[in-house]
Design a protein around this ligand. Structure first.
Ligand code: FMN
Length: 200
């Protein structure tokens, strides 16, 4: 069974522009993939706690040698990784906040970057360990306009991170200028049209 992972990160929950684009994607995608399994995680309304040293250090102890307390510290990270592992298709809502990704998403990155679990070091550099073949669609919403310029702090960062853990088939749609009244409607319409094109 195909699994769609809906990952939303807007602090505005259902009202977020990125969340609404994710929902549009999911509705159209599910119409074409009836019976698919859906996993949802909202990092905006339920942000992960910050990664702290005890959990990080527990992750560096070989699994067989961990204490029950160390295993407990890793349960949350394990559960986040498991839902990503199950996903065949990922649709990510990516709002820009203060020239970056949301703090919830950064905390999620910190919990799922696990040596020996999601990536490993090799003489050629890091190698992703998640099952191959995942496809990731990213719906980026911004008040201003940055795509294709060096002020776009998100595209490279998110692409690099996902590639690290083995997700490299990534496509972006940008809805930009959402805080510019004259541009907002056209930006959302344009993103919707690109979505329709993606989904055939
Ligand atoms: C706390 C905060 C910080 C923001 N910072 C930026 C920014 O640095 N650059 C930008 O273009 N837009 C910025 N915006 C505007 C958002 O990118 C825009 O409202 C977008 O729709 C957010 O996506 P969302 O509606 O899915 O949350 C910010 C909005 C908020 C609430």
């Amino acid at each position: 069974m195909t699994t769609l992972f809906k990952l939303t990160t807007s602090i505005f929950g259902d009202q977020g522009q990125s969340t609404q684009l994710v929902e549009r994607f999911a509705t159209s995608w599910l119409a074409k993939n009836p019976g698919a399994k859906v996993i949802s995680r909202d990092l905006g309304l339920n942000p992960p706690h910050h990664l702290e040293a005890p959990a990080f250090l527990a992750s560096r102890v070989p699994a067989a040698d961990r204490t029950p307390a160390q295993n407990k510290l890793l349960e949350y990270s394990d559960s986040l990784i498991e839902e990503l592992r199950q996903a065949d298709v990922i649709v990510l809502g990516l709002p820009m906040y203060n020239f970056g990704i949301s703090s919830g998403m950064k905390a999620w990155f910190d919990h799922i970057a696990r040596v020996g679990v999601t990536f490993m070091y090799t003489p050629q550099g890091p190698k992703g360990l998640l099952p191959e073949g995942k496809k990731c669609y990213i719906l980026a919403t911004r008040g201003g306009i940055y795509a294709g310029t060096n002020r776009d702090t998100q595209t490279g960062h998110v692409t690099n991170f996902l590639s690290l853990i083995g997700i490299s088939d990534i496509q972006f749609i940008y809805a930009e200028g959402l805080n510019i009244p004259e541009k907002k409607a056209a930006a959302i319409e344009g993103a919707g049209a690109q979505l329709a094109q993606w989904l055939g």
